[in-house]
Design a protein around this ligand. Structure first.
Ligand code: ZN
Length: 331
């Protein structure tokens, strides 16, 4: 455990961690206090909190090299959106969800890996990453709804984790307006930059990437209404089921009443952001009624405003990681 103290965390970074369990955590402000290494410091903090260093027998130095390499990988392409800020944001949002349902405790199973377990985890991680591909969004949503209604609490651990990562990946419209506004301007810059290059190369311009026709408020409004809101509704339902089952189980063991804990930090910001974009749509329609700008909601489904894994298609890797097929509730 002396290992832990070897990684120095600056005072201001330490202080900023009081926001870590809040939905309002600001990755941009955190980056400033973290001296341009948000992922590095967040990574160390979460690995320490979840006690992953001891569990996986990782040294602080190894973790540090790993985190720096990952961070560097995110910085190198100089993307405006898909960069170390987005990685920090998604990591934080996943932490938020996991800390709400105590899901991390369920992952004790990951410790002391046999080669077979290692390969199961690898499969899980690959599936989780592929699940962030927007082309699988509606299928994932449908599957989760089915698992919640038909099977009740029989949500697979891997399925819940995939869903949580996917939600974290598209969670910026569910954050406070000031954060969401920044993410929006970044993703649109990245998209338009791609569109400019496609134009230069004589290629067809991808959906939402043509700066001459894309209406930002309209595209965000569609994304919130048709993609993010329905997904967060299902997420609320999933958390309710996980929490209720958990608290009632724990309550039964302890002879106590369950407490529900139905805090839904994303509901307010989602409604607020949706209203703000709608207002902007209406005022831009008044200003330029003949311009005929459009952003098809259909294109949003395949080409969302966030979390697009370019050129990647979801490979249907079999969910054969036995260890993770146990109901998520089992403890
Ligand atoms: Zn992403």
């Amino acid at each position: 455990m002396a290992e832990k103290s070897r990684f120095h965390v600056p005072e201001e970074v330490q202080r900023y961690f009081k926001h870590l369990d809040k939905w309002t955590f600001d990755p941009f402000a955190f980056n400033d206090v973290a001296g341009g290494h948000p992922l590095r410091y967040l990574g160390h903090e979460l690995f320490t909190r979840y006690d992953l260093l001891a569990k996986f027998k990782i040294t602080t130095a190894t973790l540090d090299r790993f985190l720096l390499a990952v961070e560097e990988g995110y910085k190198r392409p100089c993307n405006r959106y898909h960069n170390e800020f987005h990685a920090t944001d998604v990591t934080h949002s996943v932490h938020y969800f996991l800390s709400r349902v105590g899901l991390m405790r369920e992952l004790d199973i990951l410790a002391n890996l046999t080669p077979e377990q290692y390969s199961d985890i690898r499969t899980l991680v690959v599936d989780m990453v592929l699940a962030t591909d927007m082309s699988s969004h509606f299928e994932q949503l449908r599957a989760m709804k089915a698992a919640l209604t038909v099977l009740g609490s029989q949500v697979e651990k891997s399925q819940a984790l995939e869903f949580i990562l996917h939600l974290a990946d598209i969670s910026n419209p569910a954050k406070d307006w000031e954060l969401h506004r920044q993410w929006t301007s970044r993703i649109m810059e990245e998209f338009f930059c791609q569109g400019d290059r496609e134009l230069e190369m004589g290629l067809p311009i991808s959906p939402l990437c043509d700066r001459s026709v894309t209406c930002i408020p309209e595209s965000q409004l569609g994304f919130i209404e048709f993609v993010v809101m329905p997904a967060f509704d299902v997420c609320s339902e999933m958390l309710d089921i996980l929490l209720e089952t958990k608290t009632s189980q724990a309550a039964a063991e302890l002879g106590l009443e369950g407490h529900g804990g139905k805090e839904r930090a994303w509901v307010g910001p989602l409604a607020d952001n949706k209203r703000k974009w709608k207002e902007q749509c209406q005022s831009s329609a008044r200003e330029a009624p003949a311009e005929g700008r459009s952003a098809s909601n259909l294109s949003l489904a395949s080409r969302s405003s966030v979390g697009v894994a370019e050129g990647e298609t979801k490979k249907q890797s079999p969910r054969n990681s036995k260890a993770f097929l146990t109901p998520i509730i089992s403890s």
